[in-house]
Design a protein around this ligand. Structure first.
Ligand code: ADQ
Length: 483
């Protein structure tokens, strides 16, 4: 019987070593939830990095870790500190991430990063080759592992390989600046199915393949020697049920059972009735447009001063990649901006911006979604943006307004949201006003459509559609080869 092997940079497990020994806790993130139906039972295996480097793991614990992971149908790829520096913080996050998000000026083209990326991709590929049989199905995830499909195909030509990119694929004009562009494309073309969040990313990829490799492309099929590679879009959804149920629970909590955050938000509503809460939630990343959003908020308050003391912006930024210099600079920029604006505009009764720089537990995230009248998400580029979908899923009474950047992949499926260009402050100020004054009936009518779509196309459907397409690709490849 064939197995399904999933590969991602990180395993869906948190390993913790303490005096009390080792604990392996399954993570509950979007990808792990989405892959539940694919990664279930003993006929599936998830290969990835454990989050601990060789230097972190005492030799004596190694067998215990492997055992704990095996119990969860996981297997780890061993990486050392220098691998993580070069491959992860280097090529993945200082070359590919900025380039694919159109931050060309942040992209560093360092040979050392590239060499490390190749070597680590080979480590992942070797782990797959060791675990995979000829007829297994292999699903590789994301921008850290772009070379893996070709490396595996070379040794397991009959395995069926799928690849899904979670970030944008940039236009040819951007992609062509990468010194190792042909290697990256050839790396991906080891897959039989290549998936993107949107049709635009798919188109950009096909255009790069045609122009840089000169391959035949017909609709969404690429012809490479005796193989046909399919390219398609699969917009990722969320676990809708989990978010709407958690929202119902959060809203129902009474009195002392309410969380500290809820109590704070309740107090705010009592002390300043009619004040609108605007929330934004992101990883602290330059692609998310947090600094621009804060500037746009100041612009709004200056353009429409009647809203001073009537609105509050809550910014929740989860710390991310703080080893990378651009992220350190951004953190400083945001600290300063928030400090300056609050310093200049606050009154005894009002602070315009509440800024939290931390990761919050899931329940608190839900409290924020359910307490906010408006969600304002302004990425300058974003593969999908699941926060937009999560906010809508938590609006159980259908009220609430989503303001969303056109540059997020999710904007393609969320036309009923108020879509904005994050670089246009004039438009954003007017859109904020529109959101604040939008009648409840209109909010409900818009959210009804959004919710229906998100409910139908949830993360499980996303994973199943990708897998079904991959399986039919296996059949198609089988036919092609035997003909
Ligand atoms: P991300 O860039 O991480 O993902 P996003 O899609 O918004 O962006 O997902 C973030 C997740 O983290 C959400 O599920 C959210 O609930 C959670 N989160 C954010 N801030 C948090 C906080 N402060 N505390 C706790 N949880 C927080 C990448 C791509 C996206 C793509 C996804 C999935 O960059 O474009 O949508 O992968 O493919």
């Amino acid at each position: 019987m064939s197995k399904t092997i999933i590969i991602s940079n990180r395993l869906p497990v948190q390993l913790q070593i303490s005096d009390g020994g080792l604990s392996a806790i399954p993570s509950v993130g979007g990808l792990a939830t989405g892959m539940k139906s694919v990664h279930s039972g003993d006929d599936s295996l998830w290969i990835g990095w454990s989050g601990l480097t060789d230097e972190d793991i005492p030799n004596i614990l190694e067998p215990q870790i492997d055992h704990a992971l095996r119990e969860l149908n996981c297997s780890k790829v061993r990486l050392n500190k220098s691998d993580i520096e070069g491959y992860y913080f280097g090529f993945s996050n200082r070359t590919i991430w900025p380039l694919f998000h159109y931050f060309l000026e942040y992209s560093e083209f360092e040979l050392d990063f590239w060499e490390s990326y190749k070597a680590v991709n080979q480590k992942f590929a070797d782990a797959i080759i060791e675990a995979a049989d000829e007829d297994d199905i292999i699903w590789v995830h994301d921008y850290q592992l772009l070379l893996v499909p070709e490396m595996v195909k070379a040794k397991r030509p009959n395995a069926t390989i799928g690849f899904f990119l979670h970030i944008p694929f940039p236009s040819y004009e951007i992609f062509r600046t990468l010194p190792w562009r042909e290697h990256i494309l050839r790396g991906l073309l080891g897959a039989d199915l290549i998936g993107f969040h949107t049709y635009d990313y798919e188109r950009h990829f096909l255009s790069s393949v045609r122009r840089l490799l000169g391959l035949d492309v017909s609709f969404n099929d690429i012809y490479l020697e005796d193989r046909v590679i399919k390219v398609d879009s699969f917009p990722m959804g969320i676990d809708y049920h989990k978010f709407s149920e958690a929202a119902k629970k959060s809203i129902a909590l009474q009195g002392k059972h309410r969380s500290d955050l809820q109590k704070k938000l309740d107090e705010h509503k009592r002390s300043a009735p009619g004040t609108k809460l605007i929330v934004s939630i992101d990883r602290l990343d330059y692609s998310k447009g947090i600094a621009k959003r804060i500037n746009a908020f100041e612009y709004f308050l200056n353009k429409y001063p009647e809203y001073k003391e009537k609105v509050r912006l809550i910014i929740l930024a989860v710390p991310s990649r703080s080893n990378v210099p651009q992220y350190q600079l951004l953190k400083r920029e945001i600290d300063e901006l928030v400090g300056r604006i609050n310093g200049e505009l606050s009154t005894v009764n009002w602070t315009p911006i509440w800024y939290f720089y931390r990761s919050l537990p899931f329940e608190n995230l839900i409290d924020l979604y359910t307490s906010s009248d408006i969600a304002w998400l302004t990425p300058l580029r974003d593969g999908m943006n699941l926060v937009a979908k999560e906010y809508i899923a938590t609006r159980t009474d259908k009220t609430g307004v989503l303001i969303l950047s056109e540059m997020a992949g999710s904007a393609n499926e969320m036309n009923e949201a108020l879509l904005i260009n994050p670089n246009n402050f004039e438009e954003q100020a007017d859109t904020l006003k529109q959101a604040i004054t939008m009648p409840k009936e209109e909010q409900m009518a818009r959210n009804m459509f959004l919710q229906k779509r998100l409910q139908r196309y949830n993360v499980e459907v996303w994973a199943n559609e990708f897998m079904n397409s991959l399986k039919s690709q296996r059949k198609a490849v089988g036919t092609f080869v035997s003909e």
